[in-house]
Design a binder for this molecule. Structure first.
Ligand SMILES: [Zn+2]
Ligand SMILES: [Zn+2]
Length: 427
């Protein structure tokens, strides 16, 4: 089926396009963009009045669970959540069970995702074997089967010496080293941010230094080894300041932030809400403001979800025992556009689409994030002002653990195309 997307605001940061117009999808590819296009025979016309026509969103940080954790999420349900949120390309983190630390497992996951997932799936492979922070993986082989980066995410390498060797190895094969920055000796047993609320609740908290100590360490090692270091889910004010500093020093460092760290603070945990328990934790208002500043001045490169599904029985435990994480694919766009709407000077559509699509695609060199003529048509039609209330039961994800339940968000994906096929249409 061919499509004519009509009368929208065509937004493509990659080409610097922000204009009213039409976009034609023919034979799975972007065929034409013009102020007015005439419908052709057999083409479905999609009315995009008051909507943005943008390159499909790209999420560099998704936990797809799958395999032995299929009760939380599968490649199919995770992909369905992605396209419902406007995402056409996502990166699968390696902490599946078993973890993605061998070429065989990476190749297998890519092959299955191609068959089972409604969106495109790329793999971030493990940085160390079993994500145990001891033995390095075979980076040459991982790169060869298509890994786009390496990370131990929630099991960050604690030994600086091991990380240094891993960086040298990854740099040799052009693989970015993607790190969740957490010194486990500082965050041991923590359920939330160490601050006023954790003191009130009598819960152990993780201090900001658990993150910043590792950011500084990792950036210094990246400087020595020359690897591309990508900092995951930045959450602290000093973390933003450190990334800013190391960028001025010429270190190859990039950083991401999540919609929940932009929109929520530690106060979300005050009612012992386990869906507000994540790692890194929601922090103070000062941290939240610093993250916004980090986006505005370009210190932070992109927005990711850190989509982390957990079953209801797991999140039903007391706060101290419940697992970390939230589902984020279907609320990201609404949360980001709401956050943007609250800024004194909101970002332009081109800046928003850049943070959610073009910039992350470039960061990991993914073939996405553009509406260039001739490329596979990964396209999202966004209604940027739609107000909608988050109802967990309506999520496509197998898990429903969202701290945004009941909240009114702003902005929604209306249509999502992957390779020119309509994979999601809002009801
Ligand atoms: Zn993490
Ligand atoms: Zn993660």
């Amino acid at each position: 089926m061919n499509y004519l997307l009509r009368n929208g605001r065509v937004v493509d940061p990659a080409q610097g396009i922000d204009q009213m117009g039409d976009l034609r999808i023919r034979n799975g590819r972007i065929a034409e963009i013009a102020p007015t296009l005439t419908p052709e025979a057999g083409e479905r016309v999609v009315d995009c009045t008051d909507c943005w026509i943008a390159p499909g969103l790209v999420d560099l940080h998704v936990h797809l669970r799958d395999l032995r954790q299929s009760y939380k999420e599968t490649l199919q349900t995770g992909g369905a959540a992605a396209v419902a949120g406007g995402f056409t390309s996502i990166c699968c983190m390696p902490n599946t069970d078993p973890p993605l630390d061998s070429p065989l497992l990476v190749r297998e996951l890519i092959a299955r995702a191609t068959r089972e997932s409604p969106c495109k799936v790329y793999v971030v492979a493990a940085l160390t074997q079993g994500m145990r922070g001891e033995q390095l993986c075979d980076y040459a082989a991982l790169k060869q089967v298509g890994a786009v980066g390496c990370s131990d995410d929630a099991f960050p390498v604690q030994s600086a010496e091991v990380l240094r060797r891993a960086m040298l190895g990854c740099a040799a094969y052009g693989l970015p080293v993607i790190t969740h920055c957490e010194d486990k000796t500082l965050s041991e047993g923590a359920s939330m941010h160490a601050g006023a609320i954790s003191a009130q609740l009598g819960l152990r908290g993780a201090p900001s230094s658990a993150e910043t100590v590792h950011i500084a360490r990792n950036a210094l090692l990246a400087h020595e080894t020359g690897c591309h270091l990508h900092i995951q889910h930045l959450s602290t004010a000093f973390g933003v300041a450190l990334v800013r500093f190391f960028k001025t020093q010429g270190v190859r460092i990039t950083a991401e932030v999540t919609p929940h760290h932009l929109l929520l603070t530690e106060h979300a945990c005050a009612s012992f809400n386990t869906n507000a328990k994540m790692n890194p934790p929601l922090r103070s208002e000062a941290d939240q403001h610093a993250l916004t500043e980090g986006i505005l001045d370009g210190t932070i490169d992109c927005i990711v979800t850190d989509h982390a599904p957990h079953a209801p029985f797991e999140k039903a435990q007391p706060l101290a025992l419940a697992p970390f994480g939230l589902v984020g694919l279907e609320t990201a766009l609404g949360a980001v556009l709401l956050w943007n709407d609250q800024l004194p000077q909101p970002l332009s559509p081109i800046q928003i689409v850049n943070l959610l699509s073009t910039a992350p695609a470039r960061l990991l060199n993914l073939p996405a994030g553009t509406l260039a003529i001739g490329v596979p048509a990964d396209v999202v039609v966004i209604d940027p002002t739609a107000r909608w209330q988050v109802n967990p039961a309506m999520l496509h994800s197998k898990s429903k653990n969202t701290p945004f339940a009941g909240m009114e968000l702003m902005g929604k994906a209306r249509y999502t195309f992957v390779n020119g096929e309509l994979r999601f249409e809002a009801g």
